[in-house]
Design a protein around this ligand. Sequence first.
Ligand code: SAH
Length: 218
Amino acid sequence: MGVPRMQQPDERRDMVERQLRARDIVDENVLRAMERVPRELFIPEPERRRAYDDAALPIGAGQTISQPYMVARICEALSVRPGHKVLDVGTGSGYQAAVLAEVGAEVVTIERIPELAEQARANLAAAGYDQVEVQVGDGSLGVPDRAPFDGIAVAAAAPGLPETLYEQLRPGGRLVVPVGGPRAQRLEVIVRSPEGPAVVHSVPCRFVPLVGEEGFAG
Ligand code: SAH
């Protein structure tokens, strides 16, 4: 009560201007996609009014929906183009998967916590992205039967370069993953090249841990 609330499309435009464009996001496809995806539909009711805050927010099961800036950063680093097949590891709310689908990618996403995967399916359907394939399992091992991928986005922190995910990239494909300790990481962009992994270090970040075979112990 009290403070008049902006309409959601305005809040969304404002988020794109202040949190993304004013920082360093330049990919127009990504900016346009984030202006279209209704982020509030991916956030549980108690936190929904904060949907356009410059922050990660709790989504249950001790997990978070990523900060809008990190979602944009990951999408931009992947260089997603319409028709690309992309794997999104750590579905969470499904928001990142929706943004990738809005950019025009064919999206496969995998989540280890079944209740979150279930909720993400419902969120994606409510927002009109029911073409996204949501799987349940250990995404640190990728989704071998859907490989190879043009891009793989990991929304959870890995202790090192996840080899199995790298192997599921098409030549020239990109893997974007936060690498480091459980409390602080750097977002790394790894390109599959004939000479082996070409790693570009990017921004410092803080993600929830990737729990699994090629992640941290659960
Ligand atoms: N992109 C999501 C971020 C969710 S947070 C969003 O914007 O909502 C990261 C998610 O990764 C959590 O839901 C967590 O449960 C999941 N996760 C962690 N380790 C995983 C693994 N090995 N396989 C699949 N999902 C995993």
